[in-house]
Structure formats: structure tokens, C-alpha cells
Design a protein around this ligand. Structure first.
Ligand code: GAR
Length: 200
């Protein structure tokens, strides 16, 4: 059984989608052993506790990034986490963190990477006038929103879209995409060639 750690900073709907996929049996072979947040008041932490999961906040405010990451790494190692899912974890993680879990950290981003990395990807897509938007599940490397892509899902951008309507359409796909990407990684039936994730 692969031991998952989930990192979040906010409401945690992607975390809840993963937890639900595990509970309903559509995502097999893993269990969530730790939910961590850099924010003590993240709603996702309460949601995790309500599900009976181990959830902790390690506040990042006022401490150097490396020190915070060290505390996060220690918590994840203590919990014997095999694979980490960033689920709305709005912090850049240090090279040290990545090196502690090589090819074992996944992220979800609300755009079709490499378009619109960084903050407010949905707003960037709207402002740019993109007609297709979507989300990406990818391995984390040392550049922001950059590592090998595992799954992407698309949605149309409609003429009357607001930020909220587009973000909601993308989020619905995120919830499917994260479980799908995780299942692919858990299966182990892939190889990585250069930047490319290739299914066996
Ligand atoms: C999601 O849309 C996720 O893709 C995004 O934050 C939101 C978190 O929502 N992540 C990023 O933008 C990372 N660059 P959630 O807390 O409901 O899962």
C-alpha cells in the first residue's frame, strides 16, 4: 500500500477528491497517511480531521523557507510517506525538499502547461483570450509548474465566462485528473524519456 502525504494551503477540494476516490474504490493501492498545511487556518486541514485523517499545520510565516521545508520533510519522513501530492499547496518548495523525494512529488495546476504557470492561471487564460483551458497533473521539479506531465484535461473557455465560471469548470476536471494521474503513477507502468511520460 503506497503511503500518500497531501500538502495544501486552502480549501482542499483536490485533496477531498483524492480521498473520495480512495474511499469509493476508484483509486486503489494507496492510503492518505498525512495531510500537511503551511497555514493553520486552511479549511482543508479541518476537512481532513473530519475524515479521521492525521492532519497537521506547520506554519510557514516568519521562518526561512529552508527551515520550513526541513520541518515538512521531517514530518513526511516520520509518517513514512512514499508519495506526495501537492493539492493547492501555494508555496515553492526548495531543491532540498525535492531531493528528499525524487520523482515522488506530484502537483496539479489549473492550466494546460506550459501555458500560464504561476499564480491565477485561470485569470491568465481569460485575459490572454485562450479558447481552450484545462489542468495538468505533473511531477514536481526544481522549476515552478514545470516537471514531466502525467495527465492533462481540457475545457472550453466560453465567451461569457467570468473568472469564477471558468475556474469551476476547470476544477471539476482537476478532481478527475488528480485521481487518474495518481493511479497511473501507482501502477508503475510508465517510463520517463527526457521530459516525456510514456505509458507502457
Ligand atoms: C486548484 O485549482 C489547484 O489547481 C491550484 O490551487 C487550487 C486549489 O484548490 N493550484 C495551483 O495554482 C498551484 N500552482 P483546492 O484547495 O480546492 O484543491
Amino acid at each position: 500500500m503506497t503511503r500518500l502525504g497531501v500538502l495544501l494551503s486552502g480549501r482542499g477540494s483536490n485533496f477531498l477528491a483524492i480521498a473520495e476516490a480512495i474511499n469509493n474504490g476508484s483509486l486503489r493501492g494507496c492510503e492518505i497517511v498525512l495531510v500537511l498545511s503551511n497555514k493553520a487556518d486552511a479549511p482543508g486541514i479541518d476537512a481532513a480531521r473530519q475524515l479521521g485523517l492525521e492532519a497537521r499545520a506547520i506554519p510557514s510565516k516568519g521562518i526561512p523557507r529552508q527551515e520550513h521545508d526541513r520541518q515538512m520533510i521531517a514530518a513526511l519522513q516520520d509518517a513514512r510517506v512514499d508519495l506526495i501530492c501537492l493539492a493547492g499547496y501555494m508555496r515553492i518548495i526548495s531543491p532540498e525538499f525535492i531531493a528528499a523525494f525524487p520523482n515522488r512529488i506530484l502537483n496539479i495546476h489549473p492550466s494546460l502547461l506550459p501555458s500560464f504557470p504561476g499564480l491565477d492561471a485561470q485569470g491568465q487564460a481569460l485575459e490572454y483570450g485562450a479558447k481552450i483551458a484545462g489542468c495538468t497533473v505533473h511531477f514536481v521539479d526544481e522549476q515552478v509548474d514545470h516537471g514531466t506531465i502525467i495527465v492533462q484535461r481540457t475545457v472550453p473557455v466560453l465567451d461569457n465566462d467570468t473568472h469564477d465560471t471558468l475556474a469551476a469548470r476547470i476544477l471539476e476536471q482537476e478532481h478527475q485528473a488528480y485521481a487518474e494521474g495518481l493511479q497511473r503513477v501507482l501502477s508503475g507502468e510508465y517510463r520517463i524519456e527526457g521530459r516525456r511520460y510514456i505509458r507502457k
